[in-house]
Design a protein around this ligand. Structure first.
Ligand SMILES: [Zn+2]
Length: 240
């Protein structure tokens, strides 16, 4: 059985947009691997300097890209939809056809299976994309405002603040010291139980920084449904 060992120090390095969780432990060698939740993790000897670690990670950039490209986790994060007429677009697991109309009152509304995006006449493609993104952000914001207090209550954990960011590789992240949670804008496409599970995951990080056994034990205790949601988020199960 593999011993997890004491972590003396940990820090998240960002190597060309790839976050890597580095833990200093009583080990001989630097070791890099893909963690269970799709993040890169490294363990390094206690004596390793920040410069040495950074150098090691930079030397493995191509390897990390290859591993991440192969992993289901990253493939599970959908691209933002294109702002074109007839595009299939998903909000909270519900599919819609995008219909673009021109008008004064810009914004997004829903009519049966259609998502109607009202744009200013003769607006550019970029302006339309920005409009759709802003509307998506607003929808997710409303969902988080409604769901975060519930998940906090259920788990008994709390964050100090949260924000939304469009990310390609992570569903969420947590600034452990500040207890600040970041949620991926693309969660707007996923069923709401996925949002809850990501919030629960990040809330557990306010107590436990790394993804060790303790972390998953706590997550399973406070949010037992996290695995099902993870399968949906990883693209292994689409309908739930
Ligand atoms: Zn995590």
């Amino acid at each position: 059985m593999k011993s997890t060992g004491r972590i003396y120090r940990s820090k998240v390095f960002t190597v060309e947009e790839i976050p890597v969780e580095v833990s200093w432990k009583s080990v001989r060698n630097l070791n890099l691997r893909l963690g269970r939740d799709g993040r890169m993790c490294a363990t390094v000897p206690r004596v390793a300097t920040v410069a040495a670690v950074r150098n090691f990670l930079e030397n493995h950039l191509l390897w990390m890209r290859k591993v991440l490209a192969r992993s289901g986790q990253r493939q599970g994060i959908p691209a933002m939809p294109r702002t074109v007429e007839g595009e299939q677009i998903t909000f909270f697991g519900q599919e819609y056809r995008l219909h673009i109309v021109e008008g004064r009152e810009v914004g997004l509304s829903f009519l049966a299976g259609t998502a109607v995006l009202t744009v200013r006449p003769e607006s550019t493609d970029d302006a339309r994309s920005a409009l759709l993104k802003a509307a998506s952000r607003k929808l997710l914001q409303q969902a988080v405002e409604a769901h975060l207090p519930y998940v906090e209550h259920q788990t008994g954990l709390s964050s100090s603040s949260w924000y939304i960011r469009d990310m390609k590789t992570l569903w969420g992240s947590c600034n452990v010291n500040a207890k600040r949670i970041c949620l991926n804008l693309r969660l707007v496409q996923m069923p709401l139980p996925c949002l809850d599970a990501v919030i629960a995951h990040e809330l557990v990080h306010t107590k436990i920084r790394n993804h060790g056994r303790d972390f998953y034990a706590m997550l399973s205790a406070v949010w037992p449904k996290w695995r099902e949601a993870m399968d949906v988020l990883n693209g292994k199960a689409r309908n739930s």
